[in-house]
Design a binder for this molecule. Structure first.
Ligand SMILES: [Fe+2]
Ligand SMILES: [Fe+2]
Length: 148
């Protein structure tokens, strides 16, 4: 099996959630401040990049711990990515207020996901982490987007 990447996966999850939050806030600010189209595209691409990467990492981690609700979790990620695709679509067609609206919905979906779906793997993951001497996830995933 080679080197076990498990401990790394545990420690980066919370950081990736924060990274997504930062990217989402940045895009929201860019829209509100009326940033140029190319800047909105770049900021939107970054949000897609960090979200996609995190979902890939998380799904791989859930596979490794043989998480019971994996299929359902992957389906939930797909719904969020679909919402993000709409955000990008509205940016590309220069429908800024529609993009903003979609982005708000994306953040609400994501926040709900962190608080419900992502909470479901905390206990099995931390149990395994403890067995392997890895650092556990923080007690609670920080709420997103309420301070902006
Ligand atoms: Fe998730
Ligand atoms: Fe997550």
């Amino acid at each position: 099996m080679g080197e076990d990447p498990f401990p790394l996966s545990v420690s980066i999850i919370d950081e990736e959630h924060r990274e997504i939050e930062r990217a989402a806030v940045e895009l929201m600010n860019a829209i509100v401040l009326g940033a140029a189209q190319d800047s909105l595209i770049i900021t939107g691409d970054e949000l897609v990049r960090v979200t996609t990467l995190h979902f890939e990492h998380e799904e791989a981690m859930l596979k490794r711990i043989q998480f019971a609700d994996l299929t359902r979790h992957i389906a939930a990620h797909k719904v969020i990515l679909e919402k993000l695709r709409r955000v990008k679509e509205k940016i590309e067609s220069r429908e800024t207020s529609a993009a903003f609206h979609q982005l708000r919905e994306y953040r609400a979906l994501l926040q709900q996901h962190l608080q419900s779906e992502d909470e479901r793997y905390r206990e099995p993951l931390n149990r395994l982490a403890a067995e392997r001497g890895a650092e556990p996830l923080l007690p609670r995933i920080r709420r997103m987007g309420l301070n902006t």
